[in-house]
Design a protein around this ligand. Structure first.
Ligand SMILES: [Zn+2]
Length: 389
C-alpha cells in the first residue's frame, strides 16, 4: 500500500510545488486571483494529508490555469496520466487545454495529438479518428496524425482508408510503404473472394504485386486463383516463384504445387522437382511428398529404400515416424535396416537437449549456472534428467 501511495503522490508533489510557487508569485502580482483559488488549494492539500491522493489530484487539476506558460505542464501531466493508465484524467486535462481560445497553433496541435492518443487508449476510435483528421488539416504534426490514422484504420480493418493514408504518408515522408500497401490490397482481395467477386480479387492482387513484386502473400493468392481456374502452367510457375522468394513457406505451397504437377500428368517432373527442393530445404514435409511420389512411380520398396538413404544423411524424428508408418502399412515388406537410422536420430536429438534446467522457471542451459539467468534464483539450475525432456 505504502509504495503505491508514494507513486500516486509524485504528480501531486510536482503540482503542489508548482502551485505554491505560483501562489506566491501571484500574491505579488495579483492578490485577488491568488485569494480566489486558495480555499480550493487547501482543500486539495487536505485530501493529500488524509491520504486521499486521488481526490487531491482532481482538485489540483481543476486549479491549474491554462496560459501560455503552463501549457507545457498540462501536456506533460496529461501524458503522465495516460502512461499510468489513468486515461479519464488525461482526457480531462487535454480537453481543458483545447477549449482555450488563447492557445497557440503549435500548442493546439500538440494538445490534439495527445487527446487523440488518449481516445485511442480508451478504445474510442471514432473520436480519435475525428481528432487526427482535424490535426492533419491544421497542417501541423501531419506525419504523426497520419500514423495514428493508419493505426486506427488497421484496427478497424478499413483497408481502403489504410491505402489512402499510406499514400499520403509516402508523399509526406518520401519513405516507401510498399509492404503495407501489398498487404492491404491482399486483405481487400480476400474480402472480394469471400463475396465471390473474383475479377475484383484479381485486380487487388495485381495492385499488391505492383507495389511489392516479391510479396509471398500476393503470389500465393494469385497462384491459387490461377489453379482454381485451371491455368495450371501459370499456377505452377507462381508456386515455384514463391519458393525461390522464400522457401520457409514451402509447406504452404506443397498441396497446390503437387496438384498442378498431377494435373499436368508429369510424375517424373514432380519427383525431380521435389528431390531438388529437399536437397535445398531438408524440409520433412517435402520428404513426405517425395516418398509418396516415389511410391506411386516405382513402388513401396523403392520408396522405403529412398527414405532410409535420405534419413541416414538428414536424420529427423518426423522422418523416422514416416518410416515407421510405411512399415506398419506394408507388413509384408522385407525388414529395412531401421536400427542404424534410429541410432543417428537419437544421437542428433540428444545433442540438441539441454544439459541443465532451472527447477523454478524452466530455463534451459548447456552449462551449469549457479544463478538462473531466467528467474535470477540461486541454486535452482540442476543437471537435466533423461526422462524430463
Ligand atoms: Zn529460473
Amino acid at each position: 500500500m505504502m509504495p503505491e501511495i508514494l507513486f500516486l503522490l509524485l504528480p501531486v508533489a510536482a503540482l503542489s510545488g508548482w502551485l505554491m510557487a505560483r501562489a506566491s508569485y501571484k500574491k505579488k502580482a495579483d492578490k485577488k486571483t491568488a485569494c480566489a483559488y486558495e480555499p480550493a488549494y487547501y482543500k486539495g492539500l487536505n485530501f493529500l494529508l488524509n491520504e486521499q491522493p486521488d481526490k487531491a489530484i482532481d482538485v489540483f487539476i481543476d486549479l491549474l490555469e491554462v496560459d501560455s506558460e503552463t501549457v507545457e505542464t498540462h501536456l506533460a501531466l496529461g501524458s503522465l496520466f495516460r502512461k499510468r493508465g489513468e486515461v479519464d484524467r488525461a482526457i480531462r486535462i487535454h480537453q481543458n487545454l483545447i477549449a482555450r481560445p488563447s492557445l497557440g497553433q503549435e500548442q493546439r496541435a500538440n494538445a490534439l495529438l495527445e487527446l487523440g492518443q488518449d481516445y485511442m487508449n480508451a478504445g474510442l476510435f471514432d473520436r480519435a479518428e475525428n481528432l487526427f483528421t482535424e490535426l492533419y488539416e491544421t497542417g501541423k504534426l501531419q506525419k504523426k496524425a497520419l500514423e495514428n490514422l493508419k493505426e486506427i484504420y488497421q484496427q478497424e480493418k478499413v483497408w481502403d482508408k489504410c491505402l489512402t493514408v499510406v499514400k499520403q504518408l509516402e508523399s509526406y515522408t518520401g519513405k516507401s510503404y510498399s509492404d503495407e500497401t501489398a498487404h492491404y490490397n491482399c486483405e481487400l482481395a480476400e474480402l472480394s473472394f469471400k463475396t465471390g467477386e473474383i475479377s475484383h480479387a484479381a485486380e487487388f492482387i495485381k495492385k499488391a504485386k505492383q507495389s511489392s513484386p516479391d510479396s509471398v502473400r500476393a503470389l500465393l493468392m494469385e497462384a491459387r486463383l490461377e489453379e482454381s481456374q485451371q491455368h495450371i502452367k501459370k499456377a505452377l510457375k507462381l508456386y515455384q516463384q514463391i519458393i525461390e522468394t522464400d522457401h520457409m513457406f514451402v509447406s504452404e505451397i506443397l498441396p497446390g504445387l503437387i496438384n498442378c504437377y498431377r494435373q499436368k500428368g508429369s510424375l517424373e517432373e514432380l519427383q525431380n522437382y521435389l528431390g531438388s527442393l529437399f536437397q535445398r530445404t531438408h524440409d520433412t514435409a517435402v520428404l513426405e511428398q517425395l516418398v509418396a511420389a516415389v511410391t506411386q512411380g516405382q513402388g513401396i520398396k523403392a520408396a522405403m529404400d529412398y527414405l532410409v538413404t535420405q534419413l541416414a544423411e538428414y536424420p529427423s524424428l518426423k522422418g523416422l515416424q514416416l518410416l515407421h508408418q510405411l512399415k506398419s502399412d506394408n507388413p509384408s515388406l522385407q525388414a529395412v535396416d531401421v536400427a542404424s537410422v534410429l541410432g543417428n536420430i537419437i544421437e542428433v536429438e540428444l545433442s540438441q537437449r539441454p544439459a541443465y534446467a532451472c527447477r523454478r522457471c524452466g530455463y534451459e542451459a548447456k552449462t551449469l549456472h549457479w544463478q538462473c539467468p531466467g528467474c535470477r534464483s540461486w541454486g535452482t539450475i540442476k543437471p537435466a534428467l533423461d526422462h524430463e525432456s
